[in-house]
Design a protein around this ligand. Structure first.
Ligand code: HH2
Length: 251
């Protein structure tokens, strides 16, 4: 899953693809690099990000989804039902939902749904997150959300541990180390580590443009543990590295 952020303030590519033409061109480039899905977002959910007006988010996302959908599977990265609905109407077939609450939209539109785990809201989620056992708590929450989605009639439900969403570095590492416990639920797992802050801290303070190796390493790790999809900025490098895992993962 390649990332296209049509936002002015995303942590790694904010402002580069706010112009719809630039966003579409970037998405097409990621498809050429080997992306199977393009994830289009119009609201940054980085720690501390402010909420975006729903109309503004819709204006950012819909033209990009409409232009990409004839070429590739498109997911919409949103926590707003109205934006998800508009994106699906424009051709998106997967709702990537960091709020894990939009299963109703996915069910009535007959599209897939990703339930991601987040503790709190982006504006405050990194203020001292605490868990007794982060993996069990995240798994329980996601299994409960997935059951709600399946009950509502969603035919394709993914779960995502939400790396960096209300988690400290230790929590993120624990979730990656014990990813097999999420895979063991039998639900397909999506993982997003790409260029995230914890990778910078773990690799001696690498800035956002210098996190390629750590991003690729964690993506390959996640796939090797059984994740079904990884959400990445650097598609070509990730695809090249993931090929080392062979047909088992590709299938
Ligand atoms: N991470 C981000 C956004 N959406 N969706 C899923 N399913 N999983 C993730 O880990 C995830 C996500 C944050 O990354 P990015 O889109 O690059 O930045 P921003 O939120 O600032 O737009």
């Amino acid at each position: 899953m390649g990332i296209v952020n049509a936002t002015p303030d995303s942590f790694s590519d904010g402002g580069r693809f706010l112009d719809p033409d630039a966003a579409v061109e970037h998405g097409i480039g990621l498809v050429a690099e080997g992306a199977d899905v393009i994830d289009v977002g119009g609201e940054s959910t980085r720690p501390g990000a402010a909420e975006v007006d729903v109309e503004e988010e819709r204006r950012r996302v819909v033209p990009v989804v409409a232009a990409l959908a004839p070429h590739v599977r498109v997911s919409v990265d949103t926590r707003n039902a109205a934006v998800a609905e508009a994106a699906v109407e424009a051709g998106a077939t997967l709702v990537n939902d960091v709020s894990a609450s939009l299963f109703g939209v996915a069910a009535s539109a007959g599209v897939g749904w990703v339930a991601m785990h987040m503790r709190g809201q982006p504006a405050t989620m990194q203020e001292d997150p605490r868990y007794d056992d982060v993996v069990s708590e995240v798994r329980e929450h996601l299994v409960e959300r997935a059951a709600r989605g399946i009950e509502a009639g969603v035919g394709e439900v993914w779960i995502d541990p939400g790396i960096g969403f209300g988690k400290d570095d230790g929590h993120n590492l624990e979730l990656l180390a014990r990813l097999d416990e999420l895979v063991a639920t039998g639900l397909p797992v999506l993982v997003g580590t790409s260029r995230k802050g914890f990778l910078g801290r773990l690799t001696g303070g690498a800035g956002v443009e210098d996190r390629l190796e750590a991003s690729v390493a964690t993506a390959v790790w996640a796939l090797a543990q059984g994740a079904g999809m990884v959400r990445v900025h650097d598609v070509a490098a990730t695809v090249a590295a993931a090929r080392l895992l062979g047909d088992e993962v590709a299938a």
